[in-house]
Ligand binder design. Structure first.
Ligand SMILES: [Zn+2]
Length: 203
């Protein structure tokens, strides 16, 4: 398996057709096995199967598919998650604050079970994520510092509440994971309209 994220240098992955084509050529996985979502900041989980095109959802769980396949989350500040069970990629999540607050993790774990590892990719860090009270109230106190929230910390707390140990929730820390602070990443809050592709290739 290979996990990664594109950077500013590799261009804009906002268009799903372009994203699928580029990631297929990068991975040598057929385009129809590159799964993306029409991400709508919801709590909806879709099943990725043969013929799935672009479900309106913020989490994908792999159905009855044999490798190779890939899961892709398009991001610029939101947190991309990849879910691994017994060393195999079983899904991905677009974890912005709305999906997290709405129960996307709980809904996903209903399908994957809780014997999983969750890998979180680059996203906006708590220092850069100031939010209003209407957002703060959705988050566990431990994931708030003043008017700032930590998506990763919220993920850890929510995961614990559904039976996943905090030690199985991992942050992929390359150099500087914050999408605002690291100039190699696109940032929606930083004014970018472009998106990166966080991807997991299962061979
Ligand atoms: Zn930051």
């Amino acid at each position: 398996m290979r996990l990664g994220i594109t950077t500013v240098d590799s261009g804009d992955f906002k268009d799903p057709k372009i994203a699928r084509r580029l990631l297929s050529s990068l991975s040598a996985i057929p385009e129809d096995k590159i799964f993306l979502m029409n991400q709508v900041h919801s709590d909806k989980v879709a099943i990725a199967e043969e013929g799935t095109s672009l479900p309106k959802a913020d989490a994908l769980v792999i159905g009855n598919l044999k490798p190779p396949y890939a899961c892709v989350v398009r991001v610029a500040d939101c947190m991309p998650l990849f879910i691994i069970s017994d060393g195999v990629l079983v899904g991905c999540v677009h974890a912005g604050w709305r999906p997290l607050a709405g129960g996307i993790i709980q809904n996903t774990v209903k399908l994957t079970g809780s014997s999983i590892h969750i890998y979180a990719g680059p996203h906006i860090c708590y220092k850069c994520f100031e939010v209003g009270e209407e957002v703060q109230e959705f988050f566990p106190p431990a994931s708030r510092i003043g008017n700032r929230i930590s998506l990763f910390n919220a993920l850890e707390k929510i995961s614990e509440s559904v039976g996943i140990k905090a030690s199985d929730v991992l942050l992929l820390k390359a150099k500087g994971y914050c999408s605002i602070e690291n100039p190699a990443y696109f940032s929606h809050r930083g004014g970018d309209n472009k998106r990166m592709a966080a991807f997991a290739f299962q061979y």
